[in-house]
Design a protein around this ligand. Structure first.
Ligand SMILES: NC(=O)c1ccc[n+]([C@@H]2O[C@H](COP(=O)([O-])OP(=O)(O)OC[C@H]3O[C@@H](n4cnc5c(N)ncnc54)[C@H](O)[C@@H]3O)[C@@H](O)[C@H]2O)c1
Length: 262
């Protein structure tokens, strides 16, 4: 069997000098994207609450001899603790100039079975932790007159999925914040955009009871008849983070193989 091809850096602008705060960075989409960012020369502060996945990410970066990765095991649900950790990390790295709000939890059951506390727990991790990240990063971005914020939304905001109401609520909130922050931070050279992934084969997909039927459902809905790969999301993120995308803000880009078209 031939040796797998060494991953190439994605085409596009260099991220040299960027310090990226990335939540949920050890996850299915986050880990591969973090490696793409490192290959492009960025420093990445990778937050996640899964020690084993963070270790695996660090090992992959070490295998490729990539510099610039700082992994931090943190529970985003503890907002006060998160703020303290971020303030320390921000001082250590000289401020974040990019924030990617990517971490998410995605419980699945009928709406009437959720307690209000379960609803709130999803908003805390998926939305409010992102608010804290931006609160900590913003002063330095404003000082520098440059920054990039990307919120990870989801194809589910466009309808068609039952049992995910707290999750869909959280993704709708992130799209709203994308527009509100874009308007407010634009005068300081800070752009804010959202990426809405379609259906990617990561842990997020394991909530579906019939995996083969779900793959058929996904491919039937996509115009592009292959499954999405983490690098598809990484490419979109690279564009929004790059120096060249400064005239694009407040937008939501669907990276879903042509599932939703609007
Ligand atoms: N995979 C898909 O098909 C898909 C589709 C649409 C949207 N998305 C979105 O893309 C993003 C990444 O999804 P993914 O597929 O990589 O999922 P994933 O579950 O593999 O990754 C999410 C990461 O967030 C971390 N996390 C969860 N709760 C946390 C907490 N309290 N504190 C710290 N870290 C926490 C997890 O440990 C995990 O590593 C999410 O925002 C998700 O909603 C994914």
């Amino acid at each position: 069997m031939s040796e797998p091809a060494k991953p190439e850096p994605l085409r596009g602008a260099s991220l040299s000098g960027d310090v990226i705060l990335y939540t949920g960075a050890a996850g299915g989409l986050g880990a591969d994207t973090t490696l793409h960012f490192l290959r492009a020369g960025a420093a990445v502060v990778a937050l996640d609450n899964n020690r084993a996945k963070l270790d695996a990410l660090a090992a992959r970066a070490a295998d490729e001899r990539l510099d610039g990765l700082v992994v931090c095991e943190t529970d985003l649900a503890d907002l006060a603790g998160l703020k303290r950790v971020l303030e320390r990390l921000s001082n250590d790295v000289g401020g974040f100039n990019v924030v990617v709000n990517n971490a998410a939890i995605y419980p699945s059951k009928p709406f009437e079975d959720y307690t209000i506390e379960e609803h709130q727990a999803v908003q805390r991790v998926n939305v409010e932790a992102g608010v804290v990240c931006v609160q900590v990063a913003l002063p330095r971005m404003r000082e520098k007159g440059w920054g990039r914020i990307v919120n990870i939304a989801s194809v589910t905001v466009y309808g068609g999925w039952a049992n995910l109401s707290p999750y869909v609520q959280s993704k709708g909130a992130l799209i709203g914040l994308t527009r509100a922050w874009a308007r407010e931070f634009g005068p300081y050279g800070i752009t804010v955009n959202a990426v809405a992934p379609g259906a990617f084969p990561t842990d997020a997909e394991k909530i579906h009871p019939d995996p083969e039927g779900y793959v058929r459902f996904v491919l039937d809905h996509q115009a592009v008849k292959r499954r999405g790969e983490p690098r598809d999301v990484a490419n979109a993120l690279m564009f929004f983070i790059s120096k060249d995308s400064g005239f694009v803000t407040g937008q939501t880009l669907n990276v879903d193989g042509g599932w939703v078209m609007r």
